[in-house]
Design a protein around this ligand. Structure first.
Ligand code: HOZ
Length: 424
């Protein structure tokens, strides 16, 4: 595979951009080698600057549920651009967008648009603190909710990938307000509430974790969060930046029939453009300025091009799409398991719909301790083997892979064949 152009670009990039990338995992440090520089994408495919073609399982880290550059989405954005890029003033589009979100995610009554998942989770936590008048936040080890100070405590995703789950630069006084517990551990959660329930402002959780690889909740875990929050007057926050519109039309909360107090959305909500949302109970969200005393604002919040991309994407999420994603996901899961058992390799594939992770461990993986015990060297060889065979897989064992509606059974079968050859 020719890599000269990407290699040269990477060298140039490292002179002027930190590590040559604008988000750490893209540097490929966890898997070695240089990252391909992407020139364009279409459907299930990425094309790099050297002209190599890849079947993509990152999907821009989640947003590309329809596949890349869906013609209807692109056309809608082109039309919107002709009317101006950003006004910093209210638009009819935002109203339509908010109405659609409210109709798709039943727990959201009132919302705010922001520009990134980090902003959404950070703002949801501020509202929870403003509403309760309390400071303590509970999060779970290995969950990643963006890079706000109080969330970079035992964090997953890139923070875990690079062994920095507790970032430098976060004041100890801030980190002390974040209490971390093992994911899926109901007893630990009950103990934490019993000990200091009346100081806890909120519990934030990825209802299906994507940021230590794909880790589903055990039965009763999410309900326990909601119930304990209710009992002690704390706020439950589902971070559905990754799972929202991904694991079902209404996200993980619809899949499991749950009603959190607040929800953060991003990725698919913006259809590939910088757009995210936080929202939930009307009484809580009514604390946000100018209705209430919790301040939050943003110049580009709800800008028409991003909102148009989100609208055009959300409008295409029908039952047939989720049926197709489930079938493709099941096919990939079965194929990976089969390849691993033929190769005599210990592999535990965890999947919810179209998000999935092959963990090189016996499994099941239910929390950070389980996830961190996997065979990382084997993952590196697996990733390299896939890339050489034209499969673009997340370059970290602590990220989930995503399938899009543009993937075909042939794509999945080619991927399984490449995986079988890479299980060395
Ligand atoms: N840590 C992000 C996904 N969980 C990566 C985002 C990116 O590199 O674009």
């Amino acid at each position: 595979m020719k890599r000269d152009v990407s290699k040269a670009l990477f060298e140039r990039a490292q002179r002027v951009i930190v590590a040559g990338v604008n988000s750490p995992v893209r540097a490929f440090r966890a898997v070695g080698g240089d990252p391909p520089f992407i020139a364009r994408a279409k459907g299930s495919r990425l094309f790099d600057a050297d002209g190599n073609e890849f079947i993509d399982y990152i999907g821009s880290w989640g947003p590309a549920i329809l596949g890349h550059a869906h013609p209807d989405v692109v056309l809608a954005i082109q039309n919107a651009l002709m009317n101006g890029l950003s006004f910093g003033a209210p638009t009819a589009l935002e109203v339509e967008f908010a109405e659609r979100i409210v109709s798709m995610v039943p727990s959201i009554e009132l919302l705010r648009c922001v520009s990134s998942g980090t902003e959404a989770t950070m703002s949801a936590i501020r509202v929870a603190r403003g509403f309760t008048g309390r400071d303590v936040l509970i999060k779970f080890e290995g969950c990643y909710h963006g890079h706000a100070d109080h969330l970079l405590v035992k964090a997953g995703s890139g923070a875990a990938t690079f062994g920095e789950p507790d970032s430098a630069g976060v004041p100890a006084a801030i980190a002390r307000l974040t209490l971390t517990l093992p994911y899926n551990d109901i007893a630990a959660l009950e103990r934490a509430f019993a000990e200091s329930g009346h100081t806890i402002a909120a519990v934030i959780v990825e209802p299906v974790v994507g940021n230590m690889g794909c880790v589903p909740p055990v039965p009763g875990f999410l309900q326990a969060i909601i119930d304990l929050c209710k009992k002690y007057g704390a706020i439950s926050i589902f971070d559905e930046v990754m799972t929202g519109f991904r694991v079902s039309r209404g996200g993980a909360q619809s899949l499991y029939g749950l009603h959190p107090d607040l929800t953060a959305l991003g990725k698919i909500a913006g259809g590939g453009m910088p757009l995210a949302v936080y929202g939930g109970r009307r009484d809580i969200m009514s604390k946000v300025a100018p209705l209430g005393p919790v301040y939050q604002a943003g110049t580009l919040s709800g800008n028409p091009s991003a909102v148009t991309a989100g609208m055009a994407t959300l409008a295409r999420l029908d039952d047939a799409l989720y049926t197709k994603l489930e079938a493709l996901g099941a096919r990939l899961e079965a194929g990976l398991n089969d390849a691993a058992s033929k190769a005599g390799v210990e592999l535990c594939v965890q999947r919810v719909g179209s998000m999935l992770t092959p963990f090189f461990t016996r499994g099941p993986v239910q929390n950070w301790d389980d996830a961190s015990k996997q065979d990382k060297e084997r993952f590196v060889r697996f990733h390299r083997g896939l890339l050489e065979r034209g499969i673009y897989w997340p370059p970290s064992q602590y990220e989930a892979a995503f399938i899009s509606a543009a993937h075909t059974e042939e794509d999945i079968d080619r991927t399984i064949a490449a995986a079988a050859a890479s299980l060395v």
